[in-house]
Design a protein around this ligand. Structure first.
Ligand SMILES: Cc1ncc(COP(=O)(O)O)c(C=O)c1O
Length: 387
């Protein structure tokens, strides 16, 4: 049996906001009304009602019109990550660009597809355009054009940055110059707490080679296993050509579509303040416990806080002692595109109770101090000082 009492590991939303009764009612209704469709295979694009709901939501947020027939429902956005990479890949060893720290599920998929991943250095605004340009230039000199740029530009996992609009435009301009499509993974877009909503790439640039990925995992629940791709022809057909599974779960899609019939923003308006409060508790705990030796992100959306820890922390000892004391987190290594052991950890705060956050952070802080070889104050000012 696990002895983890404070699980800052997995990125999940708050289970107490799960809309049980509304979903039960939706399930009864759609099984009664759509049993004929449920007895058939859903087809490549998937449930039309859910595609309409997602197209409407994305269009609303981004201020553009989206054709629901350019939406493909997938088995979580993880299938979307894999499918789109397969569609753009030509050979093993093809180069792709991505954030130096990125989502481990994506890294694992790209590793098994044998891409040559080029990690782009980060600062508070996301991928550094100067470094991206340097790498694109280097690859061009080697006669290689990267197959795509994978970008989690909004409330990034794991670092929490939100790329400012001007930098998004610079990334788009650079991608256009080198003729590289952007795969934008925007699964945290509606987990928004405060401040400006930065536009998605497709809202800034109508280049049909860009691909957009979304998910219901963070705004509803990962157990639905529903995500989606927004791609325009001919990219749409190119992606669909890689699909061989006869479509995504129709029943789950029908329930979600029924639940969302009055719009997605309603549920987010209920869940986001709960999550924001947990973010605040986590950062307040860190400030109280670790201000003299660590720095961390203060994300304006998403589910994660990225913590830069002192260099002299023995990271193996820290992980083991945290586990032994009931605290789980993910170490920086898990997010590095080359699995390098870097002095960071990620705290996911969405699914813990407020009490667990308040109790867990001081235990983590004690383990962290005990795993150091000194008591020295921190020698870095920002999250992205060279580590
Ligand atoms: C950036 C990013 N992309 C994709 C996923 C996969 O989500 P799912 O397959 O549940 O939609 C996650 C999950 O944490 C994620 O953080």
């Amino acid at each position: 049996m696990s002895n983890i009492l404070y699980d800052f590991g997995a990125g999940r939303s708050d289970p107490s906001t799960f809309p049980t009764e509304a979903l039960q009612a939706a399930a009864v209704k759609v099984i009664g009304e759509q049993f004929e469709e449920i007895t058939q295979y859903p087809g490549n694009l998937g449930h039309a009602g859910l595609r309409r709901a997602m197209a409407e939501r994305e269009g609303q947020r981004e201020g553009v019109t989206i054709d629901p027939d350019h939406m493909i429902l997938t088995n979580g956005s993880m299938q979307a990550v894999t499918l789109t990479a397969e569609a753009l890949q030509e050979n093993h060893g093809d180069a792709i660009l991505l954030e130096e720290f990125s989502y481990p599920g994506t890294l694992s998929a790209y590793r098994s597809l044998k891409f040559d991943m080029v990690g782009i250095r980060l600062d508070e605004g996301g991928m550094r355009i100067d470094h991206m340009e340097e790498e694109l230039e280097r690859l061009e000199k080697e006669g290689r054009r990267p197959k795509f740029i994978y970008a989690i530009s909004t409330y990034q996992n794991p670092t929490g940055f939100n790329m400012p609009r001007a930098r998004r435009q610079e990334m788009i301009d650079l991608a256009a110059r080198y003729e590289v499509p952007i795969i934008e993974d925007n699964c945290y877009a509606d987990v928004h707490y405060e401040g400006d909503i930065e536009p998605a790439v497709f809202a800034l640039d109508d280049n049909p080679n860009h691909i957009y990925l979304g998910s219901l995992s963070k705004i509803l629940a990962p157990g639905f296993r529903l995500g989606y791709i927004y791609a325009r022809p001919p990219m749409l057909e190119k992606i669909l050509a890689r699909r061989h599974d006869a479509g995504s779960n129709y029943l789950a899609s029908a329930i979600a579509a029924e639940f969302y019939k009055n719009g997605i923003a309603d549920h987010a308006a209920h869940t986001n303040p709960v999550l924001k409060n947990k973010r605040d508790l986590t950062t307040a705990g860190l400030k109280h416990e670790l201000d003299d030796i660590c720095v961390w992100s203060n994300p304006v959306g998403g589910l994660f806080i990225w913590v830069r820890i002192p260099d002299d922390v023995d990271r193996k000892v820290l992980y083991e002692s945290a586990q032994a004391n009931g605290v789980n987190f993910l170490p920086g290594t898990a997010f590095h595109y080359q699995n390098r052991n870097k002095p960071y950890l990620r705290l996911a705060f969405g699914h813990l109770t407020e009490q667990q956050i308040e109790d867990g952070i001081p235990i983590l802080a004690r383990c962290l101090r005990e795993s150091r070889t000194s008591n020295e104050a921190r020698s870095f000012e920002t999250l992205f000082d060279e580590a």
